[in-house]
Design a protein around this ligand. Structure first.
Ligand code: DGL
Length: 265
């Protein structure tokens, strides 16, 4: 197998990164994909940076051993905690991280107020503070940590009264502050877009970065002469949680026609 035919490793603390994996599959249909859902250690958003760095080191090494040609951190919380370490550890490996879409949101807002829904870990990080210093000097940014949302999404709950109530409590302060642009700064949250559209006026823009991550991956692979020519092999999923739960929830969050296989991590 040539290097360009090797798979791409993608991971998140759980099912959230499937929102990114879906964008990657749509943009790069010829690529073979591996995905790790670290469900046994969720939520990353409430863990220490050191804990997250250790988990990311274990998962990155796993993908490295699997021969992945590139690594995608499909998780904002993991990126702020660990991407710098991983790039240092694997200097020759293309690594794509992700961060809340502050730059495009600052460019898009008309009210001058942008809301950010993200995990506590992302919002408290130095990397997020640097992002605000760099791109949000002329706009007001209202941040909202969202404990509890990820845990409900992990059970496949995208519509219950409980998640609706929790989400409303997080979105209302942003609307009350006059935000016309809301950043979905955690890869789990795009799965709540239908619920959010019910909750916010049509004039509010919801911005996430899954598509941008897929495009960045494509650019990086092209630069390194690593774009795959296909056909893609079965998409393989590993979880550190319960494999049956993951298998059952996948069709709700991954409507792709790939052949899939499941494994315990
Ligand atoms: N999906 C992850 C993110 O993008 C975090 C979820 C968690 O707290 O585990 O930030």
């Amino acid at each position: 197998m040539s290097r360009s035919d090797a798979p791409i490793g993608v991971f998140d603390s759980g099912v959230g990164g499937l929102s990114v994996l879906g964008e990657i599959r749509s943009l790069l249909p010829n690529e073979s994909l591996l995905y790790v859902a670290d469900c046994g250690h969720i939520p990353y958003g409430e863990k220490t940076p050191e804990y997250i760095r250790q988990r990311c080191a274990v998962i990155a090494e796993f993908f490295h051993q699997q021969g992945a040609k590139a690594l995608v951190l499909a998780c904002n919380t993991a990126t702020v905690a660990a991407v710098a370490d991983l790039r240092e550890r694997y200097p020759d490996w293309p690594i794509v991280g992700m961060e809340p879409a502050v730059k495009p949101a600052a460019a898009a807002t008309r009210s001058g107020r942008v809301g950010v829904l993200a995990t506590t870990g992302t919002l408290q990080s130095a990397k997020f503070a640097a992002l605000l210093d760099r791109f949000a000097v002329d706009v007001q940014v209202v941040t909202q940590p969202c404990p509890g949302l990820v845990e409900l999404i992990e059970t496949g709950d995208l519509t219950s009264p409980a998640i609706r109530h929790l989400l409303r409590g997080y979105v209302e302060p942003l609307l009350a502050a006059g935000c016309d642009t809301i950043i979905l700064g955690c890869t789990h949250y795009p799965f709540l877009k239908p619920l959010l559209h019910d909750m916010v006026p049509d004039s509010i823009s919801l911005i996430d970065t899954g598509g941008a991550v897929a495009r960045q991956l494509q650019r990086l692979l092209a630069q390194c002469d690593l774009l795959g020519g296909g056909p893609a092999l079965d998409t393989r999923f590993w979880t550190s949680g319960d494999v049956e739960i993951f298998r059952n929830i996948l069709p709700l969050l991954w409507q792709k026609s790939d052949s899939v296989r499941f494994f315990a991590l």
